[in-house]
Design a protein around this ligand. Structure first.
Ligand code: CA
Ligand code: CA
Ligand code: CA
Ligand code: CA
Ligand code: CA
Length: 339
């Protein structure tokens, strides 16, 4: 007898990577979580920002070349938001992450050319025992930015980010709540619809209201009882389509795949894809973090892109340090017959 899970996995759709980044500098489990920064005037100069959880933040261009590295500490997860207001007239692009070197939230500004510099007035020290997963939230209705950080015991902190008089960023803790019973990590916020999605690694995907004054009771979007998810749940990301539509995507690490759900409504499951070997680029397995954009990024990625950490990066037969793989979004959309 073939198990239900095997039958379902046989229906997974396969796409191939179109680009891979340079390997990270550290060996072993090092690359973790990618984020995408869109260049304000020339989208072909957009950047992939990837955490190296042993040493800092690496930055890659759309050819996969490493263009910068910031040795800011053991950054586990990283996230980006653009045009975050510091005051009534000045906005910045923000890259932020959970920093396990000093158990803090690292806040950096991405300058218009793509260089990054610190923008916090003081270290934002978490009250969690050990910071782990991380994501940003920009509440579009009241133009307020927040950071969510979580830990391996199931706790979540929400921080409000605000500009200071000298045009830096500071943060205040606005909510601490239980996000699950076990180890948490991957998370993502829907800035328009006001949701915070959270992966409990051996259980499933939770959905909370992202506003700090709301109830902290989550609803389970999906769990391991489904025939297509297999622990751990790792990275989560949102594809922003028009009119509040789009997709929620989850890394199902235990079967090396990516589950796609409807962004709106009750997050209906739409299908799963895997990233297989291309002639010159190896496929993707045991993925931690992921990100996606619907924005056109110039001639190389006119239909947006999906980026995933690869747990085992082979160059030919040789296993080298981990990296990030990029797929033209159009291929995923066509394979899964997304509208
Ligand atoms: Ca890993
Ligand atoms: Ca991320
Ligand atoms: Ca994990
Ligand atoms: Ca691989
Ligand atoms: Ca490779």
């Amino acid at each position: 007898m073939v198990s239900e899970r095997k039958k379902t996995e046989a229906e997974f759709k396969s796409v191939t990577p179109d680009m891979e980044t340079a390997p990270v500098a550290d060996s072993g489990d090092a690359a973790d979580d990618p984020a995408i920064w869109i260049h304000p005037s020339d989208p072909s100069r957009s950047l992939i920002i990837g955490s190296n959880k042993q040493s800092g933040i690496a930055v890659y261009d759309l050819n996969g070349t490493e263009v910068a590295f910031y040795p800011v500490g053991k950054i586990n997860n990283v996230d980006v938001r653009q045009n975050i207001p510091l005051n009534d007239t000045i906005s910045i692009d923000l890259v932020a992450g959970s920093n396990r070197t000093d158990n803090s939230i690292t806040l950096m500004e991405i300058l218009p050319g793509g260089n990054m510099e610190d923008i916090f007035v003081r270290p934002v020290l978490s009250g969690l025992k050990e910071v782990y997963g991380f994501c940003l939230y920009f509440d579009r209705q009241n133009q307020q930015a927040y950071a969510f950080v979580n830990d391996k015991t199931g706790l979540v902190e929400q921080w409000r980010l605000f500009g200071t008089d000298d045009l830096k960023l500071d943060a205040e803790l606005v909510r601490t709540f239980r996000g699950g019973d076990g180890q948490l990590e991957g998370c993502v916020c829907d800035d328009d619809l006001g949701f915070f999605y959270l992966g409990e690694e051996d259980k499933g995907i939770w959905k909370f209201n992202a506003h700090p004054d709301s109830t902290s009771t989550g609803t389970l979007v999906d769990d391991m009882a489904s025939s297509y998810l297999k622990a751990d749940i790792e990275g989560l990301t949102i594809y922003y389509g028009a009119d509040g539509k789009g997709y929620l995507i989850a890394s199902s690490q235990g079967n090396n795949s990516f589950a796609v759900y409807r962004r709106e409504g009750n997050n209906e499951y739409l299908g799963t894809f895997v990233i297989s070997n291309a002639p010159l680029i190896d496929g993707v397995s045991e993925t931690d973090g992921i990100d996606v954009t619907s924005a056109s990024l110039g001639p190389a990625f006119p239909n947006g892109l999906f980026v995933a950490q690869d747990g085992y990066n082979h160059n030919g037969k040789k296993l080298v340090s981990q990296n990030f793989k990029v797929v033209d979004w159009k291929k995923i959309e066509e394979k899964l017959k997304l509208e």
